[in-house]
Design a protein around this ligand. Sequence first.
Ligand code: GSH
Length: 201
Amino acid sequence: MRLYSMPTSGNSYKVRLLLALLGQRADLIDVEYGWESLAQAKAEGKMPFGKAPVLELDDGTLLPESNAILFWLGRETRFVPGDALDQAQMLSWMFWEQNQHEGVIAVRAALLNYPHRRAQATPERLAELLESGNALLQIMEDHLATRDWLVGADASLADICLYAYTHTADTRGGFDLSPFPALRAWLGRVKALPGYIGLDD
Ligand SMILES: N[C@@H](CCC(=O)N[C@@H](CS)C(=O)NCC(=O)O)C(=O)O
């Protein structure tokens, strides 16, 4: 397998993290903003939706979308619960991550860290994202106040998926995580999973 992966991106990191947790290997093609490799991967048709990550299977099939890749790699592993309702709830969190969490938590980090996004980092936009991001983090905090993992009794793809941008919400996104103790404890539990790697590993 080959993974077209952006080193600084949480969407790519979540796939690298799952591969590490599963002890699976893939050839990594690093495609970063401004790098020739990103333009080349696009020109070669390796990015059907124009975005990383993309997993290229051994038969050449291209699988885009981080959470679809998690689902593919995670099938029949400990990270997909056996119960059908647990599976559906895992998907609820994964859809929520893409349609609400990522568009706020990851976007604030992108505006603060990527030079090509800096023009959009107006004080108003940053304040707006801070307020909506805190509301999203509070949803996770409330849920995790009474449980160790987002779904069921063990770590699932939902935890891996949401860990990616949440664990750098403070360092890259400028969020204060001190009001979210249950969320911080959950970040620690993900980090303690055997095989864990960090964003820069
Ligand atoms: N929904 C997609 C989002 C992927 C995405 O936005 N990737 C960005 C980096 S985080 C990207 O590849 N950008 C390259 C570009 O726009 O040229 C996923 O989860 O995989």
